[in-house]
Design a binder for this molecule. Sequence first.
Ligand code: HMG
Ligand code: MG
Length: 302
Amino acid sequence: MKLPSRVVLVDVGPRDGLQNEKQTVPAEVKIGLVHRLQDAGLKEIEVTSFVSPKWVPQMADNAQVMAGIQRRAGVRYAVLTPNMKGLEGALASGVDEVVVFGAASEAFSQKNINCSIEESIARFAPVVEAARASGVVVRGAISCAVGCPYEGEVAPERVERVARLMKQIGVQHMGVADTIGVGTPLKVQRALEAALKHYSVDDISGHFHDTYGQALGNTLAALEMGVWRYDTSVAGLGGCPYAKGATGNVATEDVVYMLQGMGIETGIDLDKLVDAGHYISEFLQRKPNSRAATAILNKRAA
Ligand code: HMG
Ligand code: MG
C-alpha cells in the first residue's frame, strides 16, 4: 500500500457529464457550473469538446463556453480534441490542456471516432505535435480499458498497446477509462498496470464510470497503487453517447468525501462542491447522483 497524501481531481462534469444530455443546456448554465466548480477548489476542469457538432450536438457551443469563463489563476482548463480541426478550435479558445481519446477496443474506436485504433493514432500524432509546440499539455484517454459495450471483456494487453502507441507520439499523460463502468478492483488494477508499463504513476489517472456501483472501490484500488489523479463528475453526471446504458462518472462529491475521511488532501470544499452539484441538478430537474451529496443535502434540510 502506497496511498498518496494528496489527490488531484479533474471534474469532467461540464464535458463528460453534459455531453449525453438530451435537453440543450445553454452555454450560460455550463459556464455557471464551471464557475461553481472553481469556487469549490477544483484545479482542473474538463470544460467541453471540440468534436463534430453532428456527432455530439450538446458540445456545439464549445467556443462560446470557453470564451465565457472567468478564468482563475492556478486552474487548468481542458477540452477534448479528436483531430486537427478540433485542436484549431481548442487553441483559438486558449485551452491549457487537450485530450486525445482513443480506445482499447476496435469496435468502440469505430463507433466513437469513426476510425480504427491505428488510424486514430495517426490522426492524433499531428494534434499532439502542434499542441505541444503551442505549450499546451496533452493528455490521452484509453476508453474501454476493461470492457467494451460491443466486444465485451478487454484484456490488459490491449491497454498496454494503446498506451505504448500514445507514448510514442508524445502524449504526456494517460487516463485509463472504464467507459461503461463494468470494472471491478482487480481488473482495474491490471488495466492500470498495463498503462504503467509506459507511463510513470505520476502521469497516470483513473476515469471510472459508476454503472455497476464499482467506481469508488475501483478508485480505492487505484489509490493503493499510488495513482493520485482521477476524473470525476460533479453530481455523478454523464455517460457517452456511443456507450449506451453506461451511467455517469463517479461523483466528485463521493470521492471527496472518501478522500477526506482517509486524510487525503484534495483542496476541495465539499460544501461548495455540493452547491455546484445542486445547481446543475436543479437545472436538469433531477437529484444529484451522489450518495454523499444526497446525505449532505438531507442534513441541511433537516
Ligand atoms: P468523421 O465524420 O469521420 O469526420 O468524424 P470527418 O473528418 O470525415 O468530417 C466530417 C464532418 O465533420 C466535416 O463537416 C468536418 O468539418 C466535421 P462537413 O464537411 O460534413 O460539414 N468535423 C468537425 N467539426 C467540428 N469539430 C471537429 C470536427 N471534425 C470533423 N473536431 C470525428 C470523426 C472524430 C470528428 C467524429 O467521430 C466525432 O466528432 N466524434 C466525437 C465523439 C465524442 O465526442 N464522443 C464522446 C467523447 S469520448 C468519451 O466520452 C470517453 C471518455 O470520457 C473516456 C471514457 O469514459 O472512456 C473521454
Ligand atoms: Mg467518460
